[in-house]
Ligand binder design. Structure first.
Ligand code: AMP
Ligand code: MG
Length: 289
C-alpha cells in the first residue's frame, strides 16, 4: 500500500509552519505537549504521510547536494533542541534517515571538552556548520548556552544573558551566507518525561541511555521550561524562527519535523544543475565508443 502524500496532507487543517511557529510572549508552560497542532488525522495517517514524504525529501536533498557539487553556496541546517527524552534521536533516525546519509552532516553537542572550553562557545558550532550542499543536523546546539548553562548556573547571569543577542547575530550571519535554518524545540510534558525515564530504567536495552543526572534534570523541569521560554522569545527571528513541537506523541513530532524540513528544502527552490559539458556531443561520443 503506497502512501499518497496529496491525500494524506488534507489532514493538515493549518500548515505546520503556521501552527508551530513560535509567537513570542506565548506561555510555554501552557503548551499542551500531547496535542497535534494543525493535524486532524490519526496516528496511522500521520505515520503514512511521513513515509509518503520520503521520495520528495530525498529528491530535494539530492538537488541540494548536486547544487553544492556545482559550486553553489546553499545549505540547510536542522537544529534540534528539546527537553531530555523529547525524542531528538528518534527524529534523526525516522526523519533525517529518509535521505541519503552521504549528504548529511550530523553533530551532537554535549558537555564541552577541555579543548572546546578553551575557545568561545560558538567555536565548536562554527566548526560543525554544514558545508555548501549539505544538510546539517544539530542534536542540541549553541542554544544550550542559555539553557543548561542557565539552569545549572554554569555561568553568572550577566554572562549568559549576553548570549541571546549573540545567538541572534550568529544565525543572521549564517542565514546571510545561504543556510536555510530550521529550529525545532521538542517539548515533552513532565509526566511523559518521567514515564520515559522510568522506561529506560525498566529496560536493559535502554540502560545505556540513562544517566543518574537525568533525575536531577527532571526535577528542574520547571526551570528548563522557563529557560526555553526566554530562549524562544528572544532568539526567534525572521531568519531563524523557532518551531515548538509538542512531543508526547512521537509520531506527531516526527510528522511535524518532516513537514518543516520539507518546507525548508522546497524553499531553497533548487533545480538540477545544468551540465557543464555538451550533452549531445557526449551522447555521440558514447555511442561511438
Ligand atoms: P545527550 O544529549 O543526552 O548526549 O547529553 C548531552 C549533555 O551535554 C546534556 O546533558 C547537555 O545538557 C550537555 N550540554 C550540551 N551543551 C552544553 C554546554 N554548552 N554546556 C554544558 N553542558 C552542555
Ligand atoms: Mg541524555
Amino acid at each position: 500500500m503506497a502512501a499518497i502524500p496529496e491525500e494524506l496532507e488534507q489532514h493538515w487543517d493549518t500548515a505546520p509552519q503556521d501552527a508551530l511557529r513560535w509567537v513570542p510572549g506565548t506561555s510555554l508552560a501552557a503548551l499542551d505537549c500531547d496535542a497535534a497542532p494543525g493535524w486532524s488525522g490519526r496516528k496511522t495517517e500521520g505515520t503514512a504521510l511521513v513515509a509518503g514524504r520520503a521520495e520528495e525529501l530525498a529528491d530535494l536533498q539530492e538537488r541540494l547536494f548536486a547544487h553544492g557539487r556545482s559550486g553553489g553556496d546553499r545549505s540547510a541546517l536542522l537544529v534540534l533542541q528539546g527537553l531530555d527524552t523529547s525524542g531528538k534521536g528518534g527524529i534523526v533516525r525516522h526523519v533525517v534517515g529518509l535521505v541519503d546519509p552521504q549528504g548529511v552532516e550530523h553533530r551532537g553537542f554535549g558537555v564541552p571538552t577541555e579543548e572546546e572550553r578553551a575557545h568561545g562557545y560558538l567555536w565548536r558550532v562554527r566548526n560543525a556548520l554544514p558545508r555548501p550542499g549539505y544538510l546539517g543536523v544539530f542534536d542540541r546546539s549553541h542554544h544550550e548556552q542559555v539553557l543548561v548553562v542557565r539552569v545549572d548556573g554554569l555561568e553568572p547571569e550577566d554572562e549568559w544573558r549576553g548570549h541571546y543577542d549573540e545567538l541572534v547575530a550568529f544565525e543572521k550571519e549564517i542565514a546571510g551566507r545561504g543556510t536555510a535554518i530550521v529550529k525545532v524545540a521538542l517539548m515533552v510534558s513532565a509526566a511523559e518525561q518521567k514515564a520515559r525515564l522510568a522506561e529506560r530504567l525498566e529496560r536493559p536495552d535502554k540502560h545505556w541511555k540513562y544517566n543518574p543526572g537525568d533525575v536531577d534534570v527532571h526535577r528542574r523541569y520547571g526551570d528548563y521550561v522557563a529557560a526555553y521560554q526566554e530562549m524562544l522569545d528572544r532568539t526567534s527571528t525572521p531568519e531563524a524562527p523557532w518551531y515548538v513541537v509538542p512531543a508526547d506523541k512521537k509520531w506527531y513530532a516526527r510528522l511535524a519535523v518532516t513537514e518543516l524540513l520539507l518546507g525548508a528544502l522546497r524553499g531553497l527552490g533548487l533545480g538540477w544543475p545544468p551540465a557543464d559539458f555538451d550533452v549531445e556531443a557526449e551522447k555521440a561520443r558514447l555511442a561511438a565508443a
